[in-house]
Design a protein around this ligand. Structure first.
Ligand code: ADP
Ligand code: MG
Length: 566
């Protein structure tokens, strides 16, 4: 630290550029400080540092991080401790621009694998962004010394060493339970669990926090669908189990159907204590399918849904720069299946009507050979019976689906009822004149070989890989629009996806390879070497990254305007 102090004295009052000289590693009494990146001016992206505390200082118990799900929960907990400490601390922002700012990646309601805090057998490392203090462009050396040598080490130690162990245990035990429920669902052929007393509605359309106490009707399972799942600590939990197969969520408008489906969508992630959805656990390959007109499609076999297009456009390798509602929804399904999805989540609110239904009267008026679309209702059972792909579908507008459903759940004033028997009675007593339109199997497996060239971030010579908010990736000269990839939840996931595509490009030795193979290769690398591996700054502060699912990565690649499939 004295070395750093001396340097800061030397550059005090000099121009901001002189800060570059403090890049490096410094040893404190019981910690290491790495200054990895120094910003070029006080307004630029902040500087990046890491603080390392060795094992003999942290004295963390091995049981806190020896299991993967616990390590992720523990790192998440420590990140949140750091966020709380930074919030409670009055930063000295008297300087220019970002002077004095201290920042750590800030998690939302989900517990995701992140790069913000790394716990391992050697100790812990925390990754921060800071603004090096200046007045105008003049270095404020003594402010920098205060920040780097005193404030940051003490904040980090407060956050990472002096936390309430009972709170940590609550976090870890919850993750044990969530993990146990996930395993139970998988082993017992359920696709989703919603614990009794869960709070599903959110505060508002733009907030992911629970609707305030008292205003939300807690979830309670109908008795016929209630299951009890044993938990690791010997206790158990009750709630609604949605079995594999075809499940409808019906009910009047505004009775809570979409809210239930949204919670199910988010259940692919674990949530923090107090979220209200911490016991909503969904098969983690579940993917929200919706219409997305305007998206690009690159050689996708949408023929199970769309055939005989005007002008005989080939739908086994369908491409377009500007998809319609139904073709985009078809492509979204096929691409999700290709990426390993076993549960389709669909809401009528965001679906193309002609993709979902085609009733008896319309079948009479427009003959089958004049209609390119095979509606989803004709394929949904096949998907399950031939491919073990389940569907959870919100539908208030068509009883035709009663014929193909295994379970029907009705939301009535935010309370779920099992109306399966009644729906089956109706489908038996009121004969449906509509005819199934299919006479073939559901064939979708066509490994798509993506070309390396299409992922080139250097298309414009100067590499540009950047993100803007949650939904936009700037890649080379192109933009990837992820606005309709609804289970992407964290900007740090978006940043990861941008780096992942770049990583795949750099790793790909052949000119082309099957899309899902390259994605599997990438995730194996991450499993072995950690999420840092995808960063161009590997070995230093890697940036604020969080792990997306393979499905979201694949969705992003499929939406690249430059993607080329062989
Ligand atoms: P639907 O899809 O059936 O039309 P929504 O799920 O959109 O209905 O819900 C309508 C409104 O009711 C939303 O504002 C939502 O926040 C609210 N809501 C949903 N579930 C609950 C609940 N359990 N308790 C209180 N409010 C709820
Ligand atoms: Mg709705």
């Amino acid at each position: 630290m004295n070395r750093l102090r001396n340097k800061l004295v030397e550059i005090d009052r000099k121009g901001y550029k002189a800060y570059k000289e403090i890049t490096g590693t410094y040893k404190g009494d019981d910690y290491l400080l790495h200054i990895d990146y120094v910003q070029p001016d006080p307004f630029a992206n902040p500087s990046r540092i890491r603080v390392e505390l060795p094992k003999d200082v942290t004295k963390y118990k091995e049981e806190w991080y020896n299991l993967k799900h616990r390590r992720i929960a523990f790192e998440d907990f420590l990140t949140r401790q750091m966020v709380i400490k930074l919030k409670g601390f009055k930063q000295d922002r008297s300087g220019t621009g970002k002077s004095g700012l201290i920042f750590i990646d800030r998690p939302g309601q989900e517990v995701l694998e992140r790069t913000s805090v790394k716990v391992g057998s050697k100790g812990v490392e925390v990754r921060l962004s800071i603004g090096l203090p200046a007045s105008g462009r003049t270095i404020l050396g003594s402010n920098a010394e205060e920040l780097l040598c005193r404030v940051i080490p003490s904040l980090v130690k407060d956050a990472l060493l002096k936390f309430d162990e009972r709170l940590l245990m609550k976090h870890l035990v919850l993750s044990d339970n969530q993990n146990a429920i996930r395993n139970f669902l998988r082993d017992n052929n359920y696709v989703c669990f919603i614990g009794n007393d869960s709070i599903l509605p959110r505060e508002s359309g733009i907030s992911d926090l629970p609707l305030k106490n008292g205003r939300a009707v807690p979830f309670h399972s109908p008795s016929s669908l209630e299951i009890e799942i044993p938990l690791p600590d010997g206790s158990s939990i009750k709630g609604m189990g949605i079995p594999e197969g075809v499940t409808l969520i019906v009910g009047g408008g505004y009775h809570g159907k979409s809210t239930l489906l949204n919670a199910i969508e988010r259940g692919v992630y674990n949530h923090i204590p107090g979220d209200g959805r911490e016991y909503v656990i969904t098969n983690d390959t579940a993917f929200k399918i919706r219409a997305e007109d305007g998206r690009r499609i690159e050689k996708v076999n949408i023929s199970p849904f769309i055939n005989n297009l005007p002008f005989e456009k080939d739908t086994t390798r369908f491409s377009t720069e500007d998809a319609s509602g139904s073709t985009s929804q078809a492509a979204n399904i096929i691409e999700a299946l290709e990426a390993g999805c076993k549960v389709l989540l669909i809401d009528e609110d965001t679906s193309a009507t002609n993709f979902m239904i085609r009733d008896a009267r319309m079948q009479q008026l427009v003959s089958k050979d004049k209609e390119p679309i095979t509606p989803f209702i004709d394929r949904v059972r096949q998907l399950y019976e031939e491919h073990k792909v389940s569907t959870i579908l919100v539908i208030g507008g068509s009883g035709d689906y009663f014929d193909v459903a295994d379970n029907v759940i009705m939301m009535d004033e935010y309370i779920p009822f099992d109306v399966t028997l009644k729906a089956k009675e109706i489908s038996n007593s009121i004969k449906n004149m509509r005819k199934s339109q299919i006479d073939d199997n559901f064939n979708y497996i066509t490994p798509r070989y993506i070309k390396k060239q299409g992922l080139n971030p250097l298309a414009d010579k100067k590499e540009k890989v950047d993100t803007k908010g949650l939904h936009t990736i700037i890649y080379g000269t192109g933009i990837i629009n992820l606005s309709f990839v609804e289970q992407l939840v964290d900007e740090s996931q978006t940043r990861s996806i941008a780096y992942m595509i770049r990583y795949i490009y750099n790793k790909l030795l052949k000119d082309s390879a099957p899309l899902h193979d390259v994605i599997d290769m990438l995730y194996r690398d991450i499993d072995e070497k950690g999420l840092d591996i995808i960063s161009p700054y590997f070995g230093k502060h890697p940036g604020d990254l969080a792990l997306p699912r393979k499905l979201e990565l694949s969705a992003a690649i499929n939406r690249m305007r430059s993607l080329q499939v062989k």
